[in-house]
Write a protein that binds this ligand. Structure first.
Ligand SMILES: CCCCC/C=C/CC(=O)SCCNC(=O)CCNC(=O)[C@H](O)C(C)(C)COP(=O)(O)OP(=O)(O)OC[C@H]1O[C@@H](n2cnc3c(N)ncnc32)[C@H](O)[C@@H]1OP(=O)(O)O
Length: 317
């Protein structure tokens, strides 16, 4: 083989390395190569395990709790004083937790909330700065949102929501990407997007009509109708509703049984279920994000935000 040119970096490096070996017998050359690759792969595994361990520690932020027990990784919205509203940091922590959960030893992954709420959705204060001024952070939000939703589309193991109380906004829409949704009869499901001058996210514009039919989906996504747990079950968004008094015991007993099912077959079945939809879901997610960036009526949005942020002060007047 003639010596490759100086800008042909990879081939030149290969050529130089081979040349340096001189006339080594082919078999010895092959064995050395296999030994080298084996040593590299075991050290890179150790490195990634060490890194994963460090990541696990890093993700123990106070607002998102991650625990793993009985084959179940539990991701908890843990910001009860703010009704578990999801801050920017929490979106990042959840993505991190999902990435770890996809490769840890657990069989299923579960989301739930601390306190009386499951989650009040996006933290509306994500969009204001320390001085209380509304900022145009739509571009940043859109980027995080797209990656966040893709993590749910791609999540390879069974994903279950244990909806312990009211859920609002993105905490509701994302449920359509879960494999099972267990709700307390105290839970409600509210998507006030028009009231907030926002577009429905998390592929709900595609998944909700598919799950509940277009008119029921429009009732939720366009008109912001709040559903009770039983209504959400009747529309197919919720798998099963449990009485509040026995909710935790019944649900966790059930989940522990599910976590004993063979993990590989569940993972492959989930892949087969989602396979034909994946491309569509990525597209819908990207389209919603592009619409938020380019077509969001910012004045209406700012007004809706101001109404929420200053509602308590107004009520006192
Ligand atoms: C990366 C970005 C991605 C963007 C993705 C977009 C998603 C869209 C959505 O999720 S839209 C949905 C947004 N959520 C809401 O509109 C809910 C707003 N909150 C409320 O309407 C009410 O707070 C309530 C109905 C959830 C609860 O009412 P209640 O009267 O029982 O309690 P308080 O209002 O006093 O709430 C207690 C404190 O919690 C704060 N809080 C609650 N929800 C949010 C929230 N979503 N964002 C920010 N803060 C929230 C509330 O302000 C109180 O705090 P305070 O005690 O400091 O006043």
């Amino acid at each position: 083989m003639p010596k490759p040119g100086m800008f042909n970096f990879v081939n030149k490096a290969t050529w130089d390395a081979r040349n340096a070996l001189g006339s080594l017998p082919k078999e010895t050359d092959r064995k050395n190569y296999v030994d080298l690759v084996s040593s590299l792969s075991s050290s890179s595994e150790a490195l990634s395990q060490g890194k994963r361990g460090a990541d696990e520690k890093a993700q123990e932020s106070k607002d998102i709790l991650v625990t793993s027990e009985d084959g179940i990784t539990k991701i908890t919205f843990n910001r009860p004083t703010k009704k578990n509203a999801i801050s920017f940091q929490m979106y990042l922590d959840i993505m991190h937790a999902l990435k770890n959960a996809s490769t840890d030893n657990s069989v299923i992954t579960v989301f739930t909330g601390t306190g009386d709420y499951y989650s009040s959705g996006n933290d509306l204060k994500n969009l204001i700065n320390d001085a209380g001024e509304i900022q145009d952070v739509v571009a940043t939000s859109t980027k995080i949102l797209r990656e966040f939703v893709n993590c749910f589309i791609d999540f390879p193991k069974p994903l279950v929501a244990v909806v312990n109380g009211p859920a609002v906004g993105i905490a509701v829409t994302i449920l359509a990407l879960f494999d099972a949704v267990f709700a307390s009869d105290r839970a409600t499901f509210h998507t006030p997007f028009s009231q907030l001058s926002q577009f429905p996210e998390a592929c709900s514009t595609y998944m909700f009509p598919k799950i509940m039919g277009p008119t029921k989906a429009a009732e939720m996504l366009l008109f912001g109708k709040k559903l009770t747990a039983r209504e959400a079950w009747a529309q197919g968004l919720v798998t099963e509703v449990f009485p509040e008094s026995t909710f935790e015991t019944e649900v966790w007993t059930r989940l522990k049984t599910y976590a004993k099912l063979p993990p590989n077959v569940m993972r492959i079945s989930k892949e087969l279920i989602r396979k034909h939809e994946k491309q569509k879901l990525y597209t819908v997610n990207a389209e919603k994000c592009a619409a938020a960036l380019e077509r969001m009526p910012r004045e209406e949005y700012a007004k809706a935000l101001r109404n929420f942020l200053f509602r308590k002060a107004k009520a006192k007047l």
